[in-house]
Design a protein around this ligand. Structure first.
Ligand SMILES: [Zn+2]
Length: 198
């Protein structure tokens, strides 16, 4: 089935969590990207109810609409509280500090959190995120990294999937077949269903 954990484009016939409202998509998330979000704002109740997840939202040390780190972390915490109240999973854009990320999400152990666009060529960091309970979707750049292939081979059942993000011409089926880890695509489908609650 090839689940796309985070995309900015609705594609008919593809199982995907689409960033932003889409009348056609079965799964879509309500974004408050830290590049654009300078204040916490309460979403419209209908949208909040209808969305699959909140996000992408989070923080970005290098590019944020609000001041780093206090204001960005305050906004982030408000959204985590909202997600917890309305029992929605969260798609994270978290850039600049793993320590702040771990500290911020600690009180929200009930939340399902997807660290999207993981792009570091560092499997120890991936393992750390998984240990902290995150779902992780890997950036396309890691598909051809042999270290990741062998990590996934030796960690069957881990909470990892793939995504096409903002690449309009990406083909998620091709991503999964290129990474070529036995059982990985099927496991990612299960993980996608767990994250979206479907
Ligand atoms: Zn994105």
């Amino acid at each position: 089935m090839a689940s796309d954990f985070h995309t900015h484009f609705y594609r008919p016939g593809v199982t995907a969590l689409v960033n932003g409202f889409s009348a056609d998509a079965r799964f879509w998330s309500l974004p408050f990207h830290p590049w654009e979000t300078a204040e916490f704002t309460m979403p419209e109740p209908e949208k909040l109810q209808a969305c699959t997840a909140l996000g992408e939202l989070g923080f970005d040390k290098f590019r944020g609409a609000a001041a780093w780190p206090e204001k960005q972390m305050e906004i982030f915490r408000n959204f985590l509280e909202l997600a917890s109240d309305c029992r929605k999973p969260v798609v994270l854009h978290a850039c600049g500090s793993f320590e702040l990320l771990y500290k911020s999400v600690k009180p929200f152990s009930d939340l399902k959190l997807l660290f999207h666009g993981f792009a570091r060529h560092n499997t120890a960091l991936l393992e750390e995120l998984l240990r902290h309970g995150f779902f992780v979707s890997l950036a396309p750049a890691l598909i051809s990294d042999e270290k990741f292939r062998s990590f996934l081979n030796s960690h069957p059942g881990c909470r990892v999937g793939l995504e096409s993000d903002d690449d309009e011409n990406a083909d998620i089926n091709e991503f999964y077949s290129r990474i070529a880890v036995p059982g990985f695509e099927k496991n990612a489908d299960d993980i996608f269903r767990e994250f979206t609650g479907s």
